[in-house]
Design a protein around this ligand. Sequence first.
Ligand SMILES: Nc1ncnc2c1ncn2[C@@H]1O[C@H](COP(=O)(O)OP(=O)(O)OP(=O)(O)O)[C@@H](O)[C@H]1O
Ligand SMILES: [Mg+2]
Length: 283
Amino acid sequence: MMARPAADARRIARRIALLNNKGGVGKSGTTARLAEALAKAGKRVLVIDMDPQGNSSGMLGWRYDPKVKQPTISQAIKANTDPNEALGCARQVFQPIGWNCSYAERIQIAPARLPLENRMSEAGIGGAWLRLRQALEGADSDFDYVLIDCPPSLLHLTQLALAASDDAVIVTDADVYAIEGAIRARDLIEKKAGTHLSNPGLQIRGVILNKFQDTVRQREQRDSIHDIFGPLVWTPTVKYIESLATANTNSVSLEEFKGDRASEIRATYELLGQTFLKEIPLP
Ligand SMILES: Nc1ncnc2c1ncn2[C@@H]1O[C@H](COP(=O)(O)OP(=O)(O)OP(=O)(O)O)[C@@H](O)[C@H]1O
Ligand SMILES: [Mg+2]
């Protein structure tokens, strides 16, 4: 009998876009903390920052040094306008993150800076929405998961992310406008991914409720999130915790974080990471 080839000889990364058509709900923070939870669980994770604000890049401790001129995801997408440079060209922009924790080496970042805005004006070029997918082709196969942090709009930068992704996770808070943004994100995926983005297999795997405050108003909105998205809503809910915002903006890993409620925050993301692994398992 012939020996079977090693099942894991070539890993294929699973790509997940995190999105909502509403700003400030915690897309970037959730991307960074899920990357952390997955790396802690032994997975190799690439974070792609598709927001010109560069918030997930900053939260992961990446800093732009004009003397070194680190490449960003904008350059990989731009390079891809030339078909000779297209396939796999994103590899040149993968970099270490800036954390010092024990699992930091399992996370890499394709960072973003403001010039990523310039890619928007190229949206009309034929096939433009496929540029990220092509730039990643073969480049990300050493990772288990690729988390793509989207900007709050549903226009070209988010569409690049959705065209490149296998799965989508919506991040929301318990607010009417955020829920409306989540519904618009869901509708874009369900109605347009197959036709406009050449990605009929894209599926929403989860809805993360973030920044939850236990008030009457937020409890009502939480109930409507469950009514609308049903079993897609993940546990646990992430509470609004002031010190988490401090950890995020100070670019601190949860292993190094010493602020208020640190163990509660660590436990929350460990559980959220377990839900992620259950709902989006590797093949
Ligand atoms: N659970 C939380 N508790 C407290 N603060 C939080 C929580 N989640 C995120 N934040 C903070 O809220 C702010 C907005 O979060 P974040 O930048 O992740 O949102 P976003 O959806 O990515 O925003 P944008 O649409 O601008 O990209 C940040 O200061 C972040 O640290
Ligand atoms: Mg963000």
